[in-house]
Write a protein that binds this ligand. Structure first.
Ligand SMILES: [Zn+2]
Ligand SMILES: [Zn+2]
Length: 404
């Protein structure tokens, strides 16, 4: 699997030789008992981030329909001041985020480009999963207002919490209510290059996108004189052209070709031409965007990336753009500084646990402060031999932990 990805990357590298500045491997192995330097791999948690550096990780690059090796849209930006920002939390993406082994308290800031499931479907997973795995505080979500209140982010999150009411009320009692809360900051989707977040030297701006209905946006993150643009779903638009110009890393969707949408994705030709060229961005149009804004490095995503689709999209892009380019897969990572941009693949365990953060895990709420969701009728059905079977283990655990 990894080899396929690297082959595809080098196919791109060869085709764009001359402007391609990214080198996956490098150096030489000088001793048979020594180490191999400068490989393709980034091992999460093993490298300190420099003060003036951004690490950008593709945690989801796929499509609304599920695929085991590619989740739906999610990008994690880690900046040198320690702040981390999730841009979209598409379906399935939290498995990739979890494999980075970052304490959940550091993953509390989520920016949503729009409310298609492939961009926020895993809010449920980080909300409840992070809650059970050590997050001690509420999530913070930023997202666009809709053209009417019921099409906006606040409405979506409010009703998300209503839909998951049983989940919340039962965890409130056993764990603690605080990490189950979500605060929402809505902003005008029509605002152009408007600041939606500004703290600790990080500025995040929003620009409108043209996609399926009013509401979608793209984000521009600025830190330490670096600019990373996280493009949401969109037909190429003039706001991206104007405000993503000269980005250090410019991410923009590039969709499956209409022919592949028909061949591989079960769509009619009528739907495919609309989806692939009107509400999303075709490879040729993506290339035109990038050759116009001239980023230090361009990233295309939002397609199932296999040899055939990769080559079909690359052929289209190369008609209009020959600069530095990645056609993203999940677990690609870019380290961005003024001096260089390094692309690697993440090597992470399939069986990662969340790592504890600096905050102590919360205790369950005081008895009586949160309603008990289990009735006396259900409690009376407890099978006593099970209590007896575990009694000495429970006793020992309580003694070890000083519990009553
Ligand atoms: Zn969408
Ligand atoms: Zn999408």
């Amino acid at each position: 699997m990894k080899r396929r990805v690297i082959t595809a990357f080098f196919a791109g590298a060869v085709l764009t030789l001359g402007t391609m500045i990214l080198i996956g491997a490098g150096g030489t192995v000088n001793s048979p008992t020594g180490t191999a330097p400068d490989r393709y791999a980034y091992y999460p948690g093993t490298e300190e981030l420099a003060k003036d550096e951004i690490r950008l990780i593709a945690c989801g690059t796929g499509l609304p329909s599920a695929r085991r090796d590619q989740a739906a849209t999610c990008f994690l930006a880690e900046v040198g001041n320690g702040d981390k920002f999730l841009f979209d939390v598409g379906t399935g993406s939290m498995a990739n985020v979890a494999a980075l082994m970052i304490p959940y308290d550091f993953l509390d800031k989520i920016f949503l480009t729009h409310l298609h499931t492939d961009h926020w479907g895993d809010l449920a997973t980080i909300w409840a999963g992070g809650w059970t795995a050590g997050r001690t505080k509420p999530l913070r979500v930023w997202g666009p207002k809709g053209s009417t209140p019921d099409m906006g982010t606040a409405y979506a999150v409010e009703n998300f919490l209503k839909a998951y009411n049983w989940d919340a009320k039962t965890r409130d009692f056993v764990l603690s209510p605080e990490p189950g809360k979500i605060s929402v900051t809505e902003f005008d989707y029509k605002a152009v290059n408007a600041v939606v977040y500004q703290e600790n030297g990080v500025t995040i701006r929003s620009i409108p996108a043209i996609h399926a209905g009013d509401g979608p946006v793209s984000f521009i993150l600025e830190y330490a004189g670096l600019k990373v643009v996280i493009g949401g779903d969109t037909f190429p638009n003039r706001w991206y052209i104007e405000h993503a110009a000269n980005a250090d890393l410019a991410i923009h969707e590039t969709f499956l070709t209409p022919a592949d949408l028909v061949l591989l994705y079960g769509q009619s030709p009528e739907a495919a031409i609309g989806v692939g060229t009107q509400i999303h961005t075709s490879p040729q149009a993506f290339g035109k965007v990038m050759s116009t804004i001239k980023p230090r490095h361009a990233v295309g995503y939002h397609f199932f990336n296999e040899q055939a689709t990769h080559d079909n999209i690359l052929r289209g892009v190369l008609q209009t753009y020959t600069g530095p380019l990645s056609l993203a897969v999940d677990n690609m990572v870019w380290n961005i500084t003024k001096e260089k941009i390094t692309e690697r693949m993440i090597v992470s365990p399939d069986q990662a646990w969340a790592v504890n953060g600096p905050n102590k895990p919360l205790k369950p709420p005081a008895r009586g402060s949160v309603p008990d969701p289990i009735s006396d009728f259900i409690k009376a059905g407890r099978w006593q031999p099970a209590e007896q079977a575990q009694a000495s283990m429970v006793e020992e655990f309580k003694k070890e932990n000083g519990l009553q």
